[in-house]
Design a protein around this ligand. Sequence first.
Ligand SMILES: [Zn+2]
Ligand SMILES: [Zn+2]
Length: 257
Amino acid sequence: MSDKCRICGEQVQYLPSHLKRHKTTIVEYGKNYPQWVSFTTAPIDFRMTPNQLLEAVKLNLVKSKDPPNADNTETVNKLVITEDIAKNYQRIKKLPKFSIEEIERREIYLNRKREEMMQRLSFYCPRCKENVAPPMDSLILQLAMKRKMTLEEACENSKISHYRHVHTDYESEIINFEEKVEASYFEEVRLKHIKYNHESLEAFKDTIKYTKQKTKIKTRYSEEAKRLIQENFIPQKDKQETKKPFEENKSGKQETK
Ligand SMILES: [Zn+2]
Ligand SMILES: [Zn+2]
């Protein structure tokens, strides 16, 4: 939108923020002070996506025109009228945020990112004797991709998770536990004549009492996993260090002290 505020005539950096001073919104302003604005900046000012505005133009919800002296007719260089954007604001905001092409491109991008992250979180498991990567649907993978977990934490957790699931009795214990919970659910159904259905079973399983116990099991096996990792990984580190004669000497001296 233009840098000049049509209410006070001031040159402003970012109109939507400036308008708070006049206790008005960009939508109200657009309606009351219609003007032709660039297709490129309008979505930013009106807090919508370029695709929503493009769809609105296609649906004739928003009038558009080519800029004067335009030598091409690319949509992005078009001008759009703020009055229409303001008038049809609610409808435009409901239009698809992204085009199919944009969604596909994003999908491809995310898949590549996911594969990269899986690669970075993979490690050589001395017990499996092969490289292990976190599963595609792993929560750790998601958290690492969203940067809600550092790469270091994610690597550590991915190791623990693999060990817990594959090299401890965690999974069988969880299955046993769930069977017990289900048994007590059916007990209650029978005794209290509760109507049995899938939802009530899920709700029963989700009660704090059981989720807490499940967390306890997980914590216990995570501890076991950490212990196994230490056993498996630290000796290997030592072996690597003994390859360097200097390191060996140093540690040998320290031990004799
Ligand atoms: Zn102003
Ligand atoms: Zn393994």
